[in-house]
Design a protein around this ligand. Structure first.
Ligand code: ACO
Length: 321
C-alpha cells in the first residue's frame, strides 16, 4: 500500500511587497537582494489575515483538484510555525472551516522542513492503515514574526499556503521519506521567545526571527547534498532517474547547489523563490502546486522534494506523481 498525492492547491495573499518597496523600509537594494537570494517580491498577509485563512484557501483548491469531497478526509496535518493561536492547532481550526468532524487533526512544527515532515507523517498513517485520505498543508504568515527593521532577515520571507490530498493507493506514490533534525544548531536560526521562555517579548510584539545567515547557508548546502544521496541510495536510483526537483525555496543559490549535486538542468527544477520569497513550510507545496498547474509535472514522473530549516531540521520525499 502506498500513499499518493491526488490533488494540489496553493494560495498567496493579495498584497505584494517588491524589493523596491523594501528599499523604503530598510537600507537595502533590489540589486543586493536579487544577486544574493534570487528574490524579487513576496506576498504579505493583511493584519487580520491568519495562517488558517491562507490554509483554508489552499486546502479548498487541493480538495477540488483531487475530486474528493471534504467529508472523505480522515486525517488533517498542518505544518506551520506561525499558528493563529497557541491552541487549538491550525489543523483543528481548519477542520472546523471545512465542516469536517471527528478525524484526527494536528500541527507539525519543523519550520521550513514542516511540509516534508507532515507528508512523512501522513504517509506513515496511510501505510499503517490508520487513514485513507489525508489533507496535508504547509501554511505560514512569516511576516508576523519578522523584525521589519532587520535587513538581514526581512528581505527573505513571504506568506502563503500550499496543500495536497494524499490517498491510499496500490499504485506507487510516495516511495520514501527521510526526516532528520539536530537541535544543537538551535541558535543559528530561531525566534528566541515563546510561552515558557522570554514571554514578555511575545506579549510586547518583540518575538522576532533571528538568523546567522552565512552559517545557515553553508549548512543548508552541505546537508541538502547529503539528503539527495541518502534518498537515491534508499531507492536504488541514479541521479538521472529524477524527473523533477521541488526544493524548499529559501535562496536561488542553495537551490542551484542542490541541482548541481544532482547534475540536473535547471529546466527540471521548480523555482518560485523570485515571486514568493521563502514561505517556510508553505514553500514546497506551493512550488509543487505551481508545477502541477503549469502542466510541468506529469502523472507517473519521479519527483524529489527536499527542505532544510530551523532546528535544524531537514528531509526529503521521493514520490511518483
Ligand atoms: N541589503 C543590503 N545589504 C545587506 C542585506 C540587505 N538586505 N542583508 C545583509 N547585508 C549586508 C550585511 O550586513 C553584510 O555587510 P558587511 O559585510 O558590511 O557586514 C553583507 O551584506 C554580507 O552579508 P552576508 O550575511 O555575509 O551575506 P551572504 O552572501 O551570506 O547573504 C543571505 C546573506 C542571503 C542571508 C545568505 O546567507 C542566505 O541566504 N543564507 C541562508 C539563509 C536562509 O535562507 N534562511 C532561511 C531559513 S533556512 C532555510 O530556509 C534554508
Amino acid at each position: 500500500m502506498y500513499s499518493r498525492v491526488i490533488g494540489t492547491g496553493g494560495y498567496l495573499p493579495e498584497k505584494i511587497l517588491t524589493n523596491h518597496d523594501l528599499e523604503h523600509i530598510v537600507d537595502t537594494s533590489d540589486e543586493w537582494i536579487t544577486e544574493r537570494t534570487g528574490i524579487k517580491k513576496r506576498h504579505i498577509a493583511e493584519d487580520d489575515q491568519t495562517t488558517c485563512d491562507l490554509a483554508e484557501q489552499a486546502a479548498l483548491r487541493a480538495i477540488e483538484a483531487s475530486g474528493k469531497t471534504a467529508d472523505q478526509i480522515d486525517l488533517i496535518v498542518v505544518a506551520t510555525t506561525t499558528a493563529d493561536k497557541i491552541f487549538p492547532s491550525v489543523a483543528c481550526l481548519l477542520q472546523q472551516r471545512l465542516n469536517i468532524h471527528g478525524c484526527a487533526a494536528f500541527d507539525v512544527q519543523a519550520v521550513c522542513t514542516g511540509f516534508i515532515y507532515a507528508v512523512g507523517v501522513a504517509d506513515n498513517f496511510i501505510k499503517a492503515g490508520s487513514a485513507k485520505c489525508a489533507l496535508v498543508v504547509g501554511a505560514e504568515t512569516m511576516s508576523k514574526i519578522i523584525d521589519w527593521s532587520d535587513r538581514n532577515t526581512c528581505v527573505l520571507f513571504g506568506d502563503g499556503a500550499g496543500a495536497v490530498i494524499m490517498e491510499a493507493s496500490e499504485e506507487p506514490g510516495v516511495l520514501s521519506t527521510h526526516l532528520h533534525a539536530d537541535g544543537q544548531f538551535e541558535k543559528l536560526l530561531h525566534v528566541p521567545a515563546g510561552v515558557s521562555h522570554e514571554r514578555h517579548k511575545l506579549l510586547d510584539g518583540e518575538a522576532h526571527l533571528q538568523m546567522r545567515g552565512a552559517e545557515v547557508f553553508k549548512m543548508a548546502v552541505t546537508t541538502l547534498g547529503r539528503i539527495v544521496d541518502e534518498t537515491l541510495e534508499a531507492n536504488n536510483m541514479k541521479k538521472t532517474d529524477i524527473d523533477w526537483l521541488v526544493p524548499h525555496q529559501a535562496n536561488i543559490r542553495i537551490i542551484q547547489a542542490t541541482a548541481r549535486k544532482l547534475h540536473m538542468n535547471m529546466d527540471h527544477v521548480v523555482v518560485t523563490v523570485a515571486e514568493q520569497g521563502n514561505t517556510s513550510a508553505a514553500s514546497v507545496p506551493l512550488a509543487l502546486d505551481t508545477a502541477v498547474r503549469e502542466g510541468k509535472i506529469q502523472k507517473g514522473q519521479t519527483v524529489l522534494m527536499e527542505a532544510f530549516g530551523g532546528g535544524f531540521t531537514w528531509g526529503s520525499v521521493l514520490m511518483k506523481y
